[in-house]
Design a protein around this ligand. Structure first.
Ligand code: XIL
Length: 331
């Protein structure tokens, strides 16, 4: 069967989120045949790379970067700053207590942030050409649009400014992204747009907006995704689809022991229709990544509830699904 990376050549690289097992055996064969980009799904997060202060661990991510190089694939670096998967020590003050919002704690937190970025981004140099510098910083329910994370509570917007400026210093040639979910929702993407617009006006080095695209068989429509991309065109930023998967579920109450055939068909049409939009906007969309290689390993098996989901292009036996054909033969 045709490789996805060949079918999409001329549009954009196609990536998959991976962990170490995807670089071995049959998974590795499938991965290198169909994809020309990878994103370590967890191995570059703070809890993996700097579990205790000043002690960096790169073994898993290094193995994935080596695999990518050996197979002619790009690597997306995900992610330097997030409110999840960040070790508790990051937010402890000089006395080992939870940080309160003081000037001293802000200074300490930003110095830890800078050291983290120097350690991680410096380790990879030009091997990682794209970084999700900050992840999920928007909360559309706040009037200012800014998520009340520990980062924000202690450092305000300066954690974002510092993260981008330090990453740019350490990796001047890398593309630096702000990444978020639900950018198909107007209220959410408008807040993201306003933030990026403000920060770019200040001179903060943001190169791109990442759309996670955790979607489902019914949502969003192609028109909503087209509006999502169009919204950011005036900002002159690159855009990437960073974490796409298409859940077979349309609400958190559903659960199927095996994926119903009609859901897999609807899923195929959703992949087809959304990839049609991406391709029409190839001049804006510089990469598309799906959040997993095959349905045997997907985070949606445990999120938002424990149930068997099947959101990817290949099934649990690594066989091509209707979703694969939706991309490869979109007629
Ligand atoms: C997920 C991973 O896939 C899981 O293995 C982990 O347990 C939790 O995080 N948005 C993101 C990703 O930006 O980092 C998340 O990845 C999925 C949602």
């Amino acid at each position: 069967i045709p490789s996805v990376r060949t079918v999409l050549a001329g549009h954009f690289p196609i990536g998959a989120a991976i962990s170490l097992p995807q670089t071995l055996g049959e998974h590795a064969r499938l991965l290198s045949k169909h994809f020309n980009s990878v994103t370590p799904g967890n191995a570059l997060k703070w809890d993996a790379t700097e579990p205790t202060e000043g002690t960096f661990r790169f073994a898993d991510a290094d193995a994935m970067v080596d695999f990518a190089r050996a197979n002619g694939m790009q690597v997306r670096g995900h992610t330097l700053v997030w409110h999840n998967q960040t070790p508790a020590w990051v937010f402890l003050d000089a006395n080992g207590q939870a940080m309160t919002p003081t000037a001293a704690n802000k200074t300490l937190l930003l110095s830890r942030l800078e050291a983290h970025i120097r350690g991680v981004v410096g380790h990879y140099g030009s091997d990682i050409a794209t970084w999700d510098v900050v992840n999920e910083v928007i909360d559309e329910n706040q009037s200012d649009g800014l998520r009340r994370s520990r980062w924000f509570e202690i450092a305000g917007l300066d954690y974002i400014r510092t993260a981008f400026r330090v990453t740019r210093q350490v990796a001047p040639d890398a593309k630096l992204y702000i990444n978020d979910y639900n950018t198909n929702v107007a209220a959410k993407r408008d807040k993201l747009y306003n933030l990026v617009s403000q920060l770019k006006a200040e001179g903060v080095p943001i190169d791109g907006v990442g759309h996670q695209m955790h979607v489902n068989v019914d949502w969003p429509s192609a028109a909503e995704t087209e509006a999502m991309i169009q919204k950011f065109v005036p900002l002159n930023v690159d855009q990437q689809v960073t974490e796409m998967d298409v859940s077979i579920y349309t609400n958190s109450g559903e659960s199927f022991p095996t994926p119903p055939r009609d859901r897999l068909i609807r899923q195929a049409y959703k992949y087809r229709d959304l990839f049609d939009v991406y391709k029409r906007y190839s001049s804006e969309i510089t990469s598309v990544t799906v959040w997993g290689l095959a349905d045997d390993d997907t985070w949606l098996d445990t999120f938002p509830v424990v149930r068997n989901d099947a959101p990817l292009l290949f099934d649990e036996q690594l066989q091509a699904k209707p979703a694969y054909w939706g991309i490869v033969d979109p007629t």
